[in-house]
Design a protein around this ligand. Structure first.
Ligand SMILES: Nc1ncnc2c1ncn2[C@@H]1O[C@H](COP(=O)(O)OP(=O)(O)OP(=O)(O)O)[C@@H](O)[C@H]1O
Ligand SMILES: [Mg+2]
Length: 484
């Protein structure tokens, strides 16, 4: 069905319009070519007739024909040689007998009629066309179309030169009826063929456009079936190049949607799972406190447990909020020049007690005073996360150091430890949300698996990057690159 505004309708209309204009143009060209061709043929015929008449006239004027009857005889011969009739009535059809009664007229250099093709009762000494005669008397042959008594004739006025002077002028006229008839026949054929061609090609175009849009309909039907439940479905890629590109692009969008949908699902599952642990702890502690008459000590233990659980929940929720806000680019950055040396010093100082308690040597070894253009609070949070990770993975006697160096327009901050290291298969996942190498152990330590995700978000928000390298049982180094 053709609907208003449909692509198929537009294709059909444009196709038909272009075809109509082209066919009309072609028809007009054919008309002109046929007209010019037939006129050329007629002109060639007039030229032969004029040349024959010219030789006749030259002969008559020479010694060959001295009397009028001899001249007349010669004229007859030439006329019959040219295919004319020997009857006086062999007048060109449609010609006005009073003005033109023969096809050939010959004039002397003064413009007076010498001969006509043959004599008739009503003699007309006038030239077929005076202007044309004058041109020929000037020595230039001329073809032109003339109108006589409502009919059109093709006329050749040809001078006969002798010693560079015009000796005679031959005028030969021929009806254009034949030419007009030929052109009319061609026009007639075109007038019938062009509309038929337009209708046939238009219907063909309609069929072709319908066939070429069929794969689009198939794609639309397939797309309609896709919803949130079956995002894993893919479109069949059609063989046509353009539709294959569309199908591939759509499949890529589906793939991205699918993976973001999946990661969102995983994120919600992970977040719920993470929240369940402290919630369970909270519930267990409150249940213990409420069951039976507990002692003061039991109350206290339950409250401490509940307090820890709510601390953990608060941390988890605030980390999640921070990540979702950086994802949505909602964290306003207060950019300023921040001394990396001072920041590192502050973090080392803040975590010094924790390191000492663990028996780990924590130090900063930044030799020059380096600064970056960053948000001070976020830089501190980044360094704290990295140092806390390093400390929790390093046992007594180990070492954690913060170093920094300038590399062109970049400041590289390195947080290294001599801790347990990360197995190679886990290394590429540690920046994922909720990812922990040893989930049971770190959960007991209080880790939620969001620290490195937050570090990466902070780096990206600053237009920087973060990398991690590690060797099992040897240690780990995290490199942060920020603009100086
Ligand atoms: N320096 C390190 N040495 C060894 N393992 C590390 C180091 N830093 C991170 N990891 C591993 O990568 C995991 C992810 O670290 P991340 O900081 O994201 O989470 P977390 O420290 O477990 O929890 P959170 O930082 O949210 O409290 C950690 O659980 C740990 O297994
Ligand atoms: Mg951490």
């Amino acid at each position: 069905m053709i609907r208003i505004g449909s692509l198929r309708r537009r294709l059909f209309l444009w196709n038909t319009l272009v075809l109509t204009v082209s066919l009309i143009g072609l028809g007009f060209t054919i008309h002109l070519v046929v007209l010019s061709d037939l006129t050329k043929q007629s002109d060639a015929h007039l030229l032969v007739a004029a040349d024959t008449a010219a030789s006749l006239a030259t002969a008559v004027l020479s010694q060959d024909a001295k009397t009028a009857s001899q001249a007349n005889d010669l004229i007859r011969k030439v006329h019959s040689g040219m295919g004319g009739s020997s009857q006086e009535s062999a007048q060109i059809p449609g010609m006005d007998a009073r003005s033109i009664d023969s096809r050939i007229k010959i004039f002397n250099p003064d413009g007076q009629l010498l001969f006509r093709e043959w004599f008739k009762s009503r003699i007309n000494d006038q030239p077929y066309d005076k202007e044309s005669l004058q041109t020929a008397l000037g020595g230039t042959p001329e073809f032109r179309s003339i109108q006589v008594g409502g009919d059109r004739f093709r006329l050749l006025s040809k001078p006969v030169l002798q010693d560079g002077n015009v000796r005679l002028v031959v005028q030969v006229a021929q009806s254009e009826a034949q030419t007009e008839l030929g052109v009319q026949q061609v026009d007639h054929a075109l007038l019938h063929m062009v509309p038929i061609a337009i209708v046939v090609a238009g219907l063909g175009g309609l069929f072709v456009s319908g066939a070429s849009l069929r794969p689009v309909k198939r794609m639309v039907a397939a797309v309609r079936k896709i919803d949130a439940q079956n995002l894993g479905q893919r479109l069949t890629v059609e063989p046509d190049k353009e539709l294959a590109e569309l199908g591939t692009a759509f499949n890529l969008v589906l793939e991205r949607l699918d993976s973001s949908f999946e990661s969102q699902k995983r994120f919600i599952q992970d977040a719920s799972h993470e929240l369940r642990t402290p919630l369970t702890a909270l519930k267990v502690n409150t249940s213990v406190a409420l069951s039976g008459p507990p002692s003061l000590e039991e109350y206290r233990t339950a409250l401490v447990g509940a307090d820890r659980a709510s601390d953990r929940m608060m941390r988890l929720v605030s980390d999640l909020l921070f990540l979702s806000r950086t994802d949505a680019k909602e964290i306003p950055l207060e950019m300023e020049r921040v001394s990396v040396t001072e920041s590192a010093e502050a973090v080392v100082e803040a975590l010094g007690a924790q390191a000492k308690q663990k028996g780990v040597d924590l130090c900063q070894r930044i030799l020059e005073d380096l600064s970056v253009f960053a948000d001070r609070f976020l830089l501190d949070r980044l360094l704290t996360n990295l140092v806390v990770n390093a400390l929790s993975s390093t046992s007594a006697g180990g070492k954690v150091s913060v170093m920094a160096a300038r590399n062109d327009a970049i400041v590289e901050i390195l947080v290294s430890d001599t801790g347990i290291g990360i197995p190679a298969e886990h290394l590429e996942h540690v920046f994922e949300r909720f990812y922990r190498v040893d989930s049971s152990r770190t959960r007991n330590d209080g880790g939620t698996g969001l620290g490195l995700s937050i570090c990466r978000s902070i780096c990206e928000a600053h237009g920087g990057s973060i990398e991690i390298s590690s060797r099992l049982n040897e240690g780990t180094t995290v490199k942060v690159s920020l603009r100086a």
